[in-house]
Structure formats: C-alpha cells, structure tokens
Design a protein around this ligand. Structure first.
Ligand code: ADE
Length: 246
C-alpha cells in the first residue's frame, strides 16, 4: 500500500522529511517527489504548492507516475463556521469549489459535465484520520506557551464540508458571502476539492485534514506563517504518526 502525502505548506513537508527514510527523489514539473518509508509505511511525499491547478497537477503526477494507492492531504484552513476556533481540526467530507461558476450553462458550483457540485472523501480513510486526530489531541503535544500565544484552549475535531478556491479569504464579507451560498461549509482552503476531483477521475481513495489557522476574516494573515511553523506542522506530524501506525 503506497500512500501519497501532499501538503500545501513547505514547513509541514520538511518536518516529515526529517524523519522519513528517503530512498529516492524525483524532480518533475517544478515539484520534488520524495519516495521512501515513513514510520514503516511506503509513502511519496510532495509539497503541492498553493491553489487548485498546482495541487491537481501534483495529484495527477502522484497517481500516474508514482502509482500511489491512496492520497492524503494535510494543511491549514480558514474557518467559516462560528463553532470553529484556531487550532481545531476539520476532516473534510464533501469538497466544493467555491469559485466554480459556469452559469448559465450549469448551475453555480456544479463541476461541468460531472453532474455534481462536490466530491466526497473516502469514508474509511476519513475514519482512520479521525481516530488519528483524536489520539493526537489526547496526547496534548502542543506546549502551553504555544497554546497561549495562539489562544488554543480546547481544540476539537469536526467533520464536514470544505470549499476550495483560488483565493485566500481575508475579508469577513467575502467569507460571509461564501457561507451564504454554501451554508453547510465548515471552512475554506485552496486545494482540497481539486485533489478530490482528480482522485475521483482516477478512482483513488482520498482524505483531507485541515487545522484551522484563521477565521477567513480581516485578521487572517496575522500570525499565519508563525501558526504554520509552530502549530500546524506539529499537528500534521502527530496525526500522521497515528494514522500510519493504526
Ligand atoms: N488557508 C488557510 N486560511 C485560509 C483562508 N483564509 N483562505 C483560503 N485558504 C486558507
């Protein structure tokens, strides 16, 4: 079983590469694909870069050239649901593209010619990710000072709909507009739905986990890089250890 692991954050990849037993690397299409063993499991790790095109081409390459059996995407997201706080974890179920709009030929959000406005993640992988996320939060790995800095108090896990689009949402009105159009959304990010579409086309199981880094509002960029480095990276590392060892 070969797992493709993608992240849109270089820092997350670097933290995994430090503990990976790398057997080969491939430079292709402006990406570096690292093949080898991570905690005893065969993986290919890659930094996808940001956005739907970058992540879709990376996923396609993982499937065609590296012949991965399943793909996991980990990263950060901006919360739309008011129940979510920074440091919470979201496991994606339905993945929409909030900037897909081929009206009047197709309804808003519908992916042309596939008769759907979202792709679903794989239920088994999703459940495994959820168990891994529960174990990680129970392990209380983030130190108190870091929790205080980012105001992480009682981090929780939610499962639900996520939307991707080629826009970093840093305006509360923008966030509200997306939420009004797609009320079941928990959060927004920039890659998941694109990878989900590729995985659906190739019939490859896919799951997605996101740590909430911001509220997709006017403060979204404050502390963003620091959050990724000090918190999201630790989450990804801790969750993947549990996931791969389950
Ligand atoms: N990833 C993390 N925060 C985000 C935001 N506010 N908008 C889009 N992608 C994000």
């Amino acid at each position: 079983m070969k797992t493709g692991i993608m992240s849109a954050m270089l820092e997350e990849m670097e933290s995994l590469l430090e503990v990976m037993d790398i057997t080969s690397t491939q430079e292709k299409g402006n990406r570096t694909y690292y093949s080898g063993m991570l905690w005893g499991h065969e993986v290919v790790l890659v930094f996808s870069r940001w956005g739907k095109v970058a992540s879709a081409t990376t996923a396609t390459h993982l499937i065609i050239e590296h012949k991965v059996d399943r793909i996991l995407f980990s990263g950060v997201a901006g919360a739309l649901d008011p129940r979510l706080n920074v440091g919470d974890i979201v496991i994606g179920t339905k993945l929409y593209q909030h900037d897909m709009d081929a009206r009047p030929i197709f309804p808003q959000f519908e992916i042309p010619l596939v008769h759907t406005s979202y792709f679903e993640t794989d239920e088994d992988l999703r459940n495994q990710l959820k168990s891994a996320a529960i174990s990680f939060l129970e392990s209380n790995t983030i130190d108190e000072a870091t929790k205080e800095t980012f105001k992480i108090h009682h981090p929780k896990i939610m499962e639900g709909a996520i939307a991707s689009g080629d826009r970093f949402i840093s305006d509360a009105k923008d966030a509200e507009h997306i939420k009004q159009l797609l009320p079941d959304l928990l959060c927004v990010e920039m890659e998941g739905a694109a990878v989900a579409q590729v995985c659906s086309d190739y019939n490859i199981p896919f799951a997605l986990i996101r740590t909430i880094s911001d509220a997709a509002d006017d403060n979204a960029t404050i502390d963003f890089q620091a959050f990724v480095k000090e918190v999201a990276t630790v989450y990804t590392h801790g969750i993947l250890i549990s996931f791969l060892n389950a």
